[in-house]
Design a protein around this ligand. Sequence first.
Ligand SMILES: Nc1nc2c(ncn2[C@@H]2O[C@H](COP(=O)(O)OP(=O)(O)OP(=O)(O)O)[C@@H](O)[C@H]2O)c(=O)[nH]1
Length: 799
Amino acid sequence: MRSASIARLQYRAVSGLTRTPRFQPQSLLRSLCVSTAALRSSAVAPVYPSMLRQWDQRRNASSTASEVLEAAKANPEALSQAAIIDNLDPLEAARLDKVRNIGIAAHIDSGKTTCTERVLFYTGRIKAIHEVRGRDSVGAKMDSMDLEREKGITIQSAATFCDWVKKDKEGKEQKYHVNLIDTPGHIDFTIEVERALRVLDGAVMILCAVSGVQSQTITVDRQMRRYNVPRISFVNKMDRMGANPFKAIDQINYKLKIPAAAVQVPIGAEDEFEGVVDLIRMKTIYNVGESGEDIMETDEIPEKVKAIAEERRAKLIETVADVDDEIAELFLDEKEPTADQLKAAIRRATIGLKFTPVFMGSALANKSVQPMLDGVVDYLPNPSEVENLALDRKRNEASVKLVPYNDLPFVGLAFKLEESNFGQLTYIRVYQGTLRKGSNVFNARNDKKVKIPRIVRMHSNEMEEVTEIGAGEICAVFGVDCASGDTFTDGQLGYSMSSMFVPEPVVSLSIKPKQSKDGANFSKAMARFQREDPTFRVTYDHESEQTLISGMGELHLDIYVERMRREYRVDCETGPPQVAYRETMGHRVDFDHLFKKQSGGPGDFARVMGWMEPTGALEDNKFEQQVVGGSISEKFLFACEKGFNASCEKGPLIGHKILGTSMVINDGATHVTDSSEMAFKQATQQAFRKAFMESNPAVLEPLMKTVVTAPSEFQGDVIGLLNKRGATINDTETGVDEFTIYSDCSLHGMFGFSSNLRAATQGKGEYSMEFSHYERAPPHMQKELIAKYLKAQADRHKK
Ligand SMILES: Nc1nc2c(ncn2[C@@H]2O[C@H](COP(=O)(O)OP(=O)(O)OP(=O)(O)O)[C@@H](O)[C@H]2O)c(=O)[nH]1
């Protein structure tokens, strides 16, 4: 960073201007400089220590520090990331301009892996295309796990990188570095999508040209919104019977509620799908060569698509005008935007999360994948165009913007852990600074120092060793002990970044190795799976003396049982799937509970008073203390809270977790010698149990949003199947030759549904299920569950 650039920043801070003339006379800029010491303590300082070091050597100290600080406080935007980026070394800005970090996310079987395989082939990363479940039995590059290749589904997200060469306006070739993560479609592996989207700058949302927006499209849409990820859309499978990209676009508009318009129209469809017309430049694009590796562009638009191309181009301009002022002005003046104007507006609107341009093609038929890659470069942001924030723990958790500049202190986020043949691999997104082999970094969670022994770039299951990774890039490191979501810094900065959203598991199974000699390997596998996947939990139930594994669905748990067998050679016995029920209280109950024991020596004494009541929403539990006058000390109140939390972990009705319950302690009594933290914890737990049972409590069961799709001839059978399982049907959509039913059903009712559905639809039906919310279980079921729990407890006591 040059001193003039820093000075420009100071100038902006003082003047409040967001843009500074690039060539300010040095003397004017210098007059605005402040003392380094003052800056270090300022709101700006922690972001730029390395700049300050350089500046220390060059500066002409002056005394306007307070002015700069005041101006910075009044106008933080003057120090925005954009302003800093604007002042970067031009070489650094040019480097970032050529980087894209993207994810591919979609509903199950939309063609994410097939599409990624083409991307890798066209960018020269792989020498031949292999299909998912292909006849050559090789399998797609990104599905590297044997299980993935056998089942034809993606289980783990896989990272890779490639270089895409694209011609610029002047016809000069420009090389873009694309880091890409292919994610699974099954909701059971949703954490993989969650963590990929947490660290990526943009995404390609793939849709099936026949099915359009499907249940998991809605889920990934929600995940993209959660992390503000801009997206382009790709309507795949244009070669399939019934393909209709415009129906998919309408659905993006009204189901996902994000303005979308086609930037291409297809030339032919189904088995006559030939290529596309680019609506921005009004050119036709065809793939030629054995695997569609070459692109042929012409100005001649076939007669049969001329009208639709004109109509859709007008629609594109109209949709963009709705979200972009510059195009809106041209639109109102009835002026046609130039290709450059339209492209720039689409880029602005896409990055601003106001629009998604829709591409179309067929990955399997090797058609129109390259224009989608051009779209990644043209419309998705480079790392400097995305705002990434961290909390500065040294400055009261103030929010700071991270700057993807190589020379700044290092800040990175570990977003995924994976065991490899060479030890634990930790995937890191570098947000600021450079990560160097052999350097020391600090884990912000526990301030532990770790050395980085090896850095690699991942290419599915292969890796390429590198000595350093710059800001804005993704890599993996070996030998770093941490948890998913940990922030690493260089040690100077007290920054930590927010982690990803981790959904709660809903299904459990009891599990044990068939042979006791496998105990050690079993524990090793459990520890590893838990470390890698935050939605997979292992608990030990002391009462039933069983190990329980919990996860997002039956498939999720089945995959781990299978991986245990293959990767650790441990055959396991599993119990039937169990639902993660919850318990909640019925109405408010006041309590005044005394816990007192006197048996010779020092006794126990604790009295707690207050009330318990439902929180209203079936969400988190709440503990509050409103003690005035010191009848219970802070230390003992803390023990009460511990008692409350422990009670919430195991409800009195059936031993499941408690939801939506609050406890207030507002009075009590303490004994000078007999009171202890243990006594107050016990007293709270006893009071909790009593009040809870008096409140007419209920067992809650998880309700699942279920979506079933099958060929039309099976509609009656599928409805019958769902009715038998007590599902409430909310909506039915009828397509060309298939139907989709949206329903709510209890998780318990859906166990084993996949085999029933397969049998009822000759294997052609598909379904997906996602947790929706908890609801009171039917009274007869509650009774049964309580009776079962009581019996199990009585049997245990007899033993
Ligand atoms: N007709 C047709 N089939 C396709 C196309 N793209 C993919 N497929 C097929 O669709 C199936 C699913 O493809 P994948 O690439 O595994 O889909 P995915 O989205 O990665 O699947 P998951 O990760 O399991 O959700 C495979 O049988 C592919 O051959 C396409 O453009 N046209």
